[in-house]
Design a binder for this molecule. Structure first.
Ligand SMILES: [Zn+2]
Ligand SMILES: [Zn+2]
Length: 77
């Protein structure tokens, strides 16, 4: 069991790290530098602040919540 956990938690393979842009804070990696920069600017280390009124969904970005409302609850803006 311990061995299995260790495999799941093992770090991203070196090859991936090499061609991806990785956030130093949380370890998320992105293929494009712009996406990493957006992540750092918009969501890294921040709490999700947009909550759905109708279910437990929450998001760090307003756009995502709006999309969720449209798709899940058929609410348009
Ligand atoms: Zn991050
Ligand atoms: Zn919802």
């Amino acid at each position: 069991m311990d061995d299995f956990t260790e495999v799941l938690l093992s770090p991203v393979p070196a090859l991936n790290k090499f061609c991806m842009h990785q956030c130093e804070k949380c370890g998320r990696s992105y293929r494009y530098r712009e996406n990493l920069l957006r992540h750092i600017r918009v969501e890294c280390g921040k709490e999700a602040q947009f909550h759905c009124l109708y279910c437990k969904y929450k998001s760090k970005q307003k756009n995502n919540l709006q999309r969720h409302l449209r798709c899940r609850h058929k609410i348009s803006f």
